[in-house]
Design a protein around this ligand. Structure first.
Ligand SMILES: NC(=O)c1ccc[n+]([C@@H]2O[C@H](COP(=O)([O-])OP(=O)(O)OC[C@H]3O[C@@H](n4cnc5c(N)ncnc54)[C@H](OP(=O)(O)O)[C@@H]3O)[C@@H](O)[C@H]2O)c1
Length: 283
C-alpha cells in the first residue's frame, strides 16, 4: 500500500475505507473484514457513525497486527469543548477497544472548536492519538480557527471528487502542508459523474472501471480518497488502482470537470445548529 507522509512525520495509507451509514449490527464488521482482506489498511469511522465497535472487532478478528492498520475516527460536535472532548476521546477508544487511534478529527467546524482542539492536542501528547486533524473546514473556517491552534492539523477531511476539486482550500493549506482526505471521493455514486465521457474513455483505455479512474486521479493529485462500499466486488475494485497511471494530459482533462462547489456547503447559515440539534449520539 502506498503511504503518504503527514506534516507531523507520521505515515498514512494513501487510500482509506469509509464506513459512513453502515450499521453497527455486523454489517460494518463484515465490510471492514472484506476491506482488510482486499488490502485496505486504513479505515475511516467516526463517533457519529455509531459503528466504532464493529470496526474495532473486525480489526482484531482480521489477524492483521494493529500497528499495520491505520484508524481514523472523529469527535462529534455534541462533545466539543475541552472537558467533553477529553471524555469523548476515551469513549472512542473504548468503543474501538484500542489503546490508541492513528488519526482523530474534529468532525465539524462549529461550536467550541478551540476547546475541543486543545483536548485533541493533549490526547496526542499522552499517546492516545498519533495525529490530529480537522474536517469540513472551508478556507474561511480554516483561516478563522487554525491560526489560533498551537498545533497545525495534519489532515482536513472534506468533500472532494472530480466535480469539486477544492482549489481554494488547497491553496489556503499549502504552506501548512495539510493533506486533504476526500469524503464523497466517488461523488456518493453520482450517476452523472460516472457517465462523464472523459472518465468513461479513460476507463476503456486502461481496462478499469470509472470508479477506479476517479480514485486513481485523486491519488495522483495527492488526495487521500476514502471510498465506501458494502459491495464486495466494489470494495476490491476500489483499491485495485495501483497498476496504471494517468498521464499529465489525462489528469488535465479530468481537472476540467471541476465545478468549484460540492453538494454540502459547511458555510450555509444554520448548518452547525441543525447538526447539533438533529444528531445526538448520546444523552
Ligand atoms: N467528514 C465528513 O463529514 C464525512 C462526510 C461524508 C462521508 N465521510 C467519509 O467518507 C467516506 C466516503 O464518502 P461517502 O460514503 O459519502 O461517499 P462515496 O464513497 O463517494 O460513495 C459511496 C457510494 O458509492 C457507491 N459506490 C462505491 N464504490 C462504487 C463504484 N466503484 N462504482 C459505483 N458506485 C460505487 C456505494 O454503494 P455500495 O455501498 O452500495 O456499494 C455508495 O452508495 C464515508 O464512508 C465516510 O467514512 C466523511
Amino acid at each position: 500500500m502506498l503511504m503518504m507522509q503527514l506534516n507531523d512525520g507520521t505515515h498514512i495509507p494513501a487510500v482509506g475505507f469509509g464506513v459512513f451509514l453502515i450499521p453497527n449490527d455486523g454489517e460494518t464488521y463484515e465490510a471492514v473484514l472484506n476491506a482488510l482482506k482486499a488490502g485496505y489498511r486504513h479505515i475511516d469511522t467516526a463517533a457519529a457513525y455509531m459503528n466504532e465497535s464493529d470496526v474495532g472487532k473486525a480489526v482484531r478478528d482480521s489477524g492483521i497486527p494493529r500497528e499495520e492498520i491505520f484508524i481514523t475516527s472523529k469527535l462529534w460536535i455534541q462533545d466539543y469543548g475541552y472537558e467533553a472532548a477529553t471524555k469523548a476521546i476515551q469513549t472512542s477508544l473504548h468503543n474501538l477497544n484500542m489503546d490508541y487511534i492513528d488519526l482523530y478529527l474534529l468532525h465539524q467546524p462549529y461550536s467550541d472548536v478551540l476547546g475541543a482542539w486543545k483536548a485533541l492536542e493533549e490526547a496526542k501528547a499522552d499517546g492516545f492519538i498519533k495525529s490530529i486533524g480537522i474536517s469540513n473546514m472551508t478556507p474561511k473556517f480554516y483561516n478563522e480557527f487554525v491560526p489560533q491552534f498551537a498545533t497545525k492539523p495534519s489532515v482536513n477531511q472534506v468533500e472532494f471528487n472530480p466535480y469539486f476539486q477544492q482549489q481554494a482550500l488547497r491553496e489556503t493549506m499549502k504552506a501548512d502542508g495539510v493533506k486533504i482526505a476526500a469524503w464523497a471521493p466517488l461523488g456518493q455514486g453520482n450517476e452523472a459523474l460516472f457517465k462523464e465521457e472523459v472518465l468513461v474513455q479513460l476507463a476503456e483505455k486502461y481496462h478499469k472501471n470509472v470508479g477506479q479512474v476517479i480514485l486513481r486521479f485523486e491519488i495522483q493529485e495527492g488526495i487521500i480518497p476514502l471510498p465506501k462500499s458494502v459491495t464486495p466486488s466494489r470494495i476490491e475494485g476500489n483499491i485495485d488502482i495501483f497498476d496504471f497511471e494517468l498521464s499529465e494530459a489525462e489528469m488535465d482533462a479530468i481537472r476540467t470537470l471541476d465545478k468549484g462547489k460540492g453538494n454540502h456547503d459547511p458555510e450555509a447559515p444554520g448548518v452547525g445548529d441543525y447538526l447539533l440539534e438533529n444528531y445526538k449520539i448520546h444523552e
